[in-house]
Design a protein around this ligand. Sequence first.
Ligand code: ADP
Length: 618
Amino acid sequence: MRFNRLSHQILLVFVLVIIVCLGISGWYMLQISGNIVTRKISEGDQNFAGRIAQEVAAEMASVKPTLTLLAQTRGLRFMEATEVKGEIDRVQKSFPEITNIYVADVEGKQIARTGTEELESVSKIWSFQVAKGGDELVSDIYLKPVTSEPMQTITLPIMDSGAVVGVLSADISFQRVMCSVMDIDVGGNGNVVVVADNGRVVAHTHMEQVPELDLSRLSAVEAVLAGEEGTMKGYTDELGRQVLGSYTPIRELGWGVVIQRPLADIDAEVGQLRTTILWVTIAGVFLAVLAGALVARQIAKPIGQLASASERVAQGDLSTPVDVKSSNEVGVLAHSFNQMIVSLKKSRDELQQWGEELERRVHERTAELEQRSQELADTNVSLEEMSRHKSQFLANMSHELRTPLNSIIGYTKLMLDGLEGDINEEQQKDLHTVYTNSKYLLELINGLLDLSKIEAGKVVLSYQTFSISELLAGVIPSMEQLAREKGLTLTYSVAPDIDHLYADKAKTKQVLINILGNAVKFTNEGSIKLDVAESDGDFIFSVTDTGIGIKEKDLEAIFDSFRQVGPAQIAGYEGTGLGLAISKQFVEMQGGRIWADSELGKGSTFTLTLPKKRVASP
Ligand code: ADP
């Protein structure tokens, strides 16, 4: 038998419960076994004593009344002696216990007697004298000489009209009672004692061993002669033994029956009972272990099978189902378990298929990405190439265009100023148009040149230390001039601690001019203000105007090249759309940021930061 842990536990619980139950009941039985045996014996003995008492009573009780009746029969007085003889012979025949009867007259002369002996005088016998005095006399039990049979003599006065007219005497033998009592086997070393009303032994199982006939001092005899019925334990009997005595009175005679049993016998019987109880308990425990083992196996085996099946499943083996045949809950569990294994297997197979499919698709896709990225890389290379060519072309073109354009602007200015001779109004108007368009063209070309240089990576930062006032001196006067022309005021403020900057001075100046120039251009009335402040790591330039403002959605787009938004697209705000794009590049190249905040119709604030420490050019 294979014990797993569950079966051990079941067995343990089973055996423990049985052992505890059997132990408790066994212990209790052991405790009360003495009482049980004693009660059983005393009950039996008492029954027995009662039956003996009934028998003795039946045998003896009618003797005395019969004799009394005989003594009172008037007939005896008037009968012939022979007739009296016949009468007492008849009585003796009816009662074999009566061994002798005589009838005497008041002088003590026997009139008749049973048997064949000669009639004699009884005048000297004490019992006769007592009876003659009108009293009846029942002698003590005595042993008859030679035969030793227990005897009793009853002597009665024969009455006639209140006067004693004779005496009747009878000897009664208890031989038969004694023999029947001696034949009784109460088992073991127990004995039966029949005692007369004076405590003398009438009959005894072992008459020959009785040292003394008078047992009136024995406790059980005392009790039974007092008319009690019961059991007495632990007194010393006439043979000197500690006994259990069960007694019943023979009420008809005033006698008693006592059955006595040595305590040693009872102890032996108790011991036997205890041994039996012990063996029954041991056998019970043994059977419990056996039954427990069987039950545990019955319960634990299928559960064990389930457990090892679930271990197999946990290790991924879905091929072997659980082999449990029982139809109880465990059987149902095993059945469900097997069904679960089947669905698990199905799901696993499906999952496996999906996995393979997924892997295949991923594989295909990866190949396709790889291919695309190769194509993209190639495209990038050619795009970069093209971009570089474009920038180079633009730089060359711009350079080539700037020289003639500068001549056009210069000569137009000369003519407009009248240095080449007088011109009429029409000519002046046309020349002015040429002049402004050329300037715009130059501005555009300069912007394009800047941007293409930036894109071609040809712009190099040139850092230097310069004072803030030096920077502002190159910016403010020309801007003030522009503002004043449009009727605007331009103010500026510099935070007190700002002293020197370390940056690309020319590019910073270009950015400021561009932002201030836009502020003037897109403001029709009000003011423009430049603030120079600082934070922990940056110098912060902000230009605030009260101009036309920018829609929120356009705030980022304005930093793209060629982007003009809102009213700026409308005539009057001419521009190239390149200024902010270039400014953004110049600021970011130096590690700074530029952004705009604005409310349409109310004004704008353009802010740029420049880090206080030098950063590498990108
Ligand atoms: P532009 O030469 O047109 O001024 P910029 O790049 O400098 O080119 O500016 C781009 C556009 O940003 C302008 O056309 C105008 O729509 C808008 N903008 C720039 N500054 C302001 C300003 N201070 N107020 C309103 N709009 C502005």
